[in-house]
Design a protein around this ligand. Structure first.
Ligand SMILES: [Fe+2]
Ligand SMILES: [Fe+2]
Length: 200
């Protein structure tokens, strides 16, 4: 069942339909469909965990807003908004969250810090994550079309305990990066260390 909310909290200056239209413009069809699924999963997790459902809808929709922007846009934004220059050493996978949040602020006029942090942290996680941040981090990982070894376990763990889901994903992601010889963003290691005690 698809939930279509009437936005009432003035977090985004417009209706859900208007926000959905912005995403459809910003993204290729396959990515657009992914954000719709993440939104629906986020609404379900929010409902189950007493998290603000309107924020879950907005954050779910915008979490990948910047995913298909060219590198130059991110590099320009890192300089314009005086973000950590260390970010320049990374790429789209990190930028679309951390830098994407700045683009969302300035282009979509969404200033709610909980929503923006949910976008910032949706790829790497963070040591401290609000319930909304946890909802988006997990919704992106377990939305219905996700298909990887362990996804059913991830869904089960998350349904039983949201924070344990976070720990599960942090562990799986770190394992995947190391196994495949990919660089690990320091924050991902911090996330793992902070959350793993919840899983054990
Ligand atoms: Fe993403
Ligand atoms: Fe995503």
């Amino acid at each position: 069942m698809v939930t279509e909310l009437n936005y009432q909290e003035h977090i985004f200056p417009g209706t859900r339909e208007q926000l959905v239209a912005k995403l459809e413009q910003a993204l290729k069809p396959h990515r657009f469909r992914h954000v719709l699924r993440v939104e629906q999963t986020a609404i379900q997790l929010a409902t189950a965990n007493q998290v603000d459902v309107e924020k879950a809808s907005i954050a779910g929709l915008v979490h990948d807003y910047a995913k298909q922007r060219p590198d130059e846009d991110f590099i320009a934004a890192i300089q314009r908004y005086h973000l950590d220059p260390m970010l320049l050493d990374y790429g789209n996978a990190i930028w679309h969250g951390v830098v994407g949040a700045e683009l969302i602020k300035h282009e979509l006029q969404i200033f709610d810090e909980d929503v923006l942090n949910a976008v910032r942290h949706h790829t790497t996680g963070a040591v401290y994550m609000s319930p909304l941040e946890q909802v988006i981090y997990m919704a992106d990982y377990i939305e219905p079309k996700r298909d990887f070894p362990g996804v059913d376990e991830a869904r089960k763990v998350t349904a039983a305990d949201l924070a344990k889901g976070v720990a599960f994903q942090a562990k799986q992601t770190l394992q995947y990066l190391v196994t495949n010889g990919k660089p690990v963003y320091p924050k991902s290691i911090d996330t793992y260390n902070a959350w793993i005690s919840r899983w054990l």
